[in-house]
Structures are given as C-alpha cells and as structure tokens.
Design a protein around this ligand. Sequence first.
Ligand code: F6P
Length: 325
Amino acid sequence: MKKIALFTSGGDAPGMNACIRAVVRTAIFNEVEVTGIMQGYTGMIAGGDNYIPLNSRSVGNIIQRGGTILKTSRSTEFMTKEGRKIAYHNLVAHGIEGIVCIGGNGTFTGAEIFYEEYGIPSIGAPGTIDNDLWGSDFSIGFDTAINTAVGAIDKIRDTADSHGRIFFIEVMGRDSGYIALAATIAGGAEIVMLPEIKEDYHTMIQFFKERTISKKSFSIVIVAEGNFEGGAAAITSLLNKEIPGFESRVVILGHIQRGGSPTALDRVLASKLGYGAVDALLKGEKNKMVGLINNKISLTPFKEAIANKKELNPDMLKLIGILNG
Ligand code: F6P
C-alpha cells in the first residue's frame, strides 16, 4: 500500500488531532503517503480542495488542540449509492488504496458498506466522547469530556452548597450513560439518571423522600441527555410535582464537553490508536476498529463493533449507591 486517506467523521472529540498526527507520522515512517480528506464523507464526495496531502509538518503543533483540523460532518449523501459512487471515483483519482477513519458507529457503518461495494479497505479509530463503542475500553475524547464535566460540577457544588439547592446537571450521551456515570462518581454527585436504566427515576424520588433523614443541605443529580424521562429540565419538573418544596436549578453542560485541549490520557490513547490503525492497514487488516482492551491494542470487526452494545459496568452503579449516603 503506497497511499492512504484519512478523515474524521461524526461528532468531534478532543484527541482527534493527536490521532491524526499519529496516523500521518506512522504512515510516513512506513513510506506511505497520506491524503487528508476535509469534512469526512461530505468532503470525500465533494472532492476538489477537500483532498489535501499531509506530511509531518502539516500535523505539527496540533497534539494539544481540541476539535479536528480535518473538520467533520454527519453526511447523509454518503448513505446513498450515488454519493458513495462519486466518493469512490474521487478516491481512485487520488490513488487511494486504504482508509483510516476516526469516528463512531455511523462512520464505521459507512466504511463497511463502502468496502462491500468498492473493495477499499478501512481501519477505524474510535473517536467519540460518549465512550459507547464496543471493542475498546475507552474512546478518544471521553477522558477530556468527563474532566470538563467534573470541572463544571465542582463549580456548581460551591453555589449549590451556599444556597442549599438541588442542581440537576445534564451531561451529553444520547444513547449512552458512560459520561454521566463517570461524572457522577468523580464529581461526588448523589444520583445519576441514565438512558440505559428505567428504574433510575424511582431511585431518585426515593432518595429525595429520605433526604431529610440524611440531613443533606444540597444535592447534585447528574442526568444523561438521553435519559428515559427526558433531560434535566424534565426531571426537575417531575420532582417538583412529586415532592414540592425543594429549591432546584438546572444546568445543561452541552457542547462544552466536546471542546478543549485533550487530557494527557486522551493524547496517549489517540497516539496509540493512530499508530495501531496504520499498522493494521499495512498488515493487510480491513474493516476493523482498532481499540484498547485491557490496555492492549486490539482489532474488532466493524460489523461486531456496530452490532454490539457496550454495557455499563454495574459495579459503578453500586458504588454510587454506596457513596451517596
Ligand atoms: O456522539 C457524541 C455526542 O456529543 C452525543 O453525546 C450527543 O448526543 C451528540 O453528539 C450531539 O450531536 P450534535 O453535535 O450533532 O448535536
């Protein structure tokens, strides 16, 4: 393989740039050229200026930067046969023989279909703050996102304590409670509400019914955006209806969790996975996601990574119940 393409796709995640840097430098180390594709699948189809040659210098001074220098998108055009056909012709015109894509499930689904239709092999690196990808204990961006969330929770704690209020803090995670779970434990919050667990609501109500006994003066509840009963605003009004009298406030952390300089952990993870992706591609692997399992680089077929749901660790839930007393 003499030339590969590299792009980022789906929601951006801090550490994507560190991964881009690792992919480019590992490829160059192996005498393989790299073409960066701007804006993910959208740019792959649009062609023209979206295809840019990358060298070691193009990826200098980016390891510490959030976002992605290659930009990103959620492409609907690539979901169509016509879109993929144009993408294929553009790749052939640039002499691309393999692809490294950094993204999540949607990105890998696209890469799998593309291989079935056109035979261009891909290796994916998991880049999503949600950490919900099967086949890697951690995904690029998760550690930075939870550190951002915990920094915000610490600040909210101060004002919650001063006023004796309940704060409902909404964190990202449309389908996954990983951010919420980690932020709850690290932020010392008492209750977590997750997309995966329906009984959370009753646990929360019970907690506030018994709260007078524990004599807590303020409380922090972490709500994942995709929680069953809705986000933090919906939960607050439900609690107020059920048990009136609490003074509560809602904070939605939103996209601040997606930005900022990646943590050292995310930079190391991204560097390992970027290296691992190119290494796999050059060894003839295809249509697999490179991940870290028990601190070892491993490969999981896209099909498996897409089909399986990474379960939450029940020990973490148990821990929250023990530590919130
Ligand atoms: O997948 C990452 C994520 O940040 C989710 O947690 C969130 O629901 C979603 O992306 C938001 O996407 P967008 O930026 O397109 O609104």
